[in-house]
Design a protein around this ligand. Structure first.
Ligand code: KG4
Ligand code: ZN
Length: 345
């Protein structure tokens, strides 16, 4: 099927391979997703209780051509119909990132398309534009994923100011570690979310950490230790552990802090729109708590569908579109940057 195209339309072929999802998408004019193909490696990494970088890189190599072809096919388009190629070049696992970056460079060179390197977090934030056509900056966004916990002021497309970040574990990392400790397996976030529905979130009081130097920074390592100490003391006393109660109480401690910091920032910056993004943004308790807090504060609340919260290439296509409009172009010397900072070029 060949699609009729308006010469003004911008079609981005986007690629994402920063962690354990090999993904490609075609996005039209930044907000219309024509295809969004995700090949997840979760089943493979489950065996090891977490992502094994070397295995991730090898699997990306096996899948990258398939997801790109599938993305074009599903969109009913060819490489010649694309305007540019967008690719995540950091932060993430360097070997994993290199697969996507190399593929994007080859496509850019072979098809003569401009190349646009995208920051992974910018992609997560941009996922909010896809289903919310009216969302425009400025807004505040809480990015909570397996590797990041950032409270970001989105002043304009591509213009970010980080108000707060985690000092230690990312929120998703804390979910995964606690899930492992209570025997739920990997990936822990969705499992804690599910089992918490059967538990009492007030059963155990876990700490809510404050970081004195910056009220918007987060710290989750103390909370993780508190859960481990609780489990140890139950074991020593020979008391049974109620998995659902521990999960629900832990989840409540995380969401309380995320909601508190976010709403304080909303008030201080007098912002009227608030969004969440990243894998943990799928968490049902977090979404519900944020929604009611935003409603109470009289501000608009935005969140992507779960499929757009997890790592995917549609969000990279959206971010690349705004970078394309701003004139960003990368050369064939674009490299993977494992610890790329948001807003860095
Ligand atoms: O954004 P993402 O797919 O990858 C990274 O960029 O890190 O996030 C993955 C993280 C994992 O830690 C996973 O456990 C967590 O998101 N996650 C959740 C839920 N779904 C995924 N955490 C809590 N509740 C969920 N429903
Ligand atoms: Zn991510």
């Amino acid at each position: 099927m060949q699609m009729l195209q308006n010469k003004e339309d911008v079609y981005i072929l986007a690629i994402e391979s920063s962690c354990d999802e090999t993904a490609a998408a075609v996005v039209k004019n930044g907000r219309t997703v024509l295809s969004n193909i995700i090949s997840s490696q979760i089943e493979l990494h489950k065996l090891y209780g977490g992502v094994v970088p070397e295995i991730a890189s090898r699997k990306h190599i096996e899948k990258i051509n398939y997801v790109v072809e599938e993305a074009l096919k599903t969109a009913g388009m060819n490489l010649q119909d694309m305007t540019a190629v967008g690719v995540t070049y950091g932060p993430g696992l360097v070997g994993a990132l290199l697969v996507g970056v190399s593929a994007a460079k080859a496509i850019s060179y072979g098809a003569g398309l401009p190349l646009i390197g995208v920051h992974h977090i910018e992609g997560h934030i941009s996922a909010n534009y896809i289903e919310n056509p009216d969302l425009t900056p400025p807004f505040l966004c809480l990015v909570v994923s397996g590797g990041h916990t950032h409270l970001v002021m989105v002043n304009d497309y591509g213009k970010y100011e980080i108000l707060g970040r985690t000092r230690d574990d990312a929120a998703g990392e804390a979910f995964d570690k606690v899930a492992r400790a209570i025997g739920l397996g990997y990936p822990g976030g969705p499992k804690i979310d599910r089992i918490s529905k059967e538990g009492n979130c007030g059963a155990i009081h876990f700490p809510r950490a404050k970081v004195n130097e910056n009220p918007y920074d987060f710290s989750f390592s103390g909370l993780k230790s508190a859960v481990l100490n609780y489990l140890n003391s139950c074991e020593m006393k020979g008391e049974p552990v109620n998995q659902a109660d521990v999960a629900a109480s832990f989840q409540k401690a995380v969401t309380d802090v995320l909601v508190h910091h976010s709403l304080e920032a909303v008030k201080e910056h007098q912002i009227s729109k608030f969004a969440i993004a990243g894998g943990v943004a799928s968490n049902s308790a977090l979404r519900a708590a944020m929604e009611s807090a935003c409603m109470e504060a009289g501000i608009e609340f935005f969140h992507p569908s779960p499929i757009l919260c997890t790592d995917n290439a549609a969000m990279i296509g959206t971010a690349a579109y705004y970078e394309y409009l701003a004139g960003k172009r990368d050369g064939l010397d674009l490299n993977a940057v494992a610890n790329l900072k948001l807003g860095e070029r």
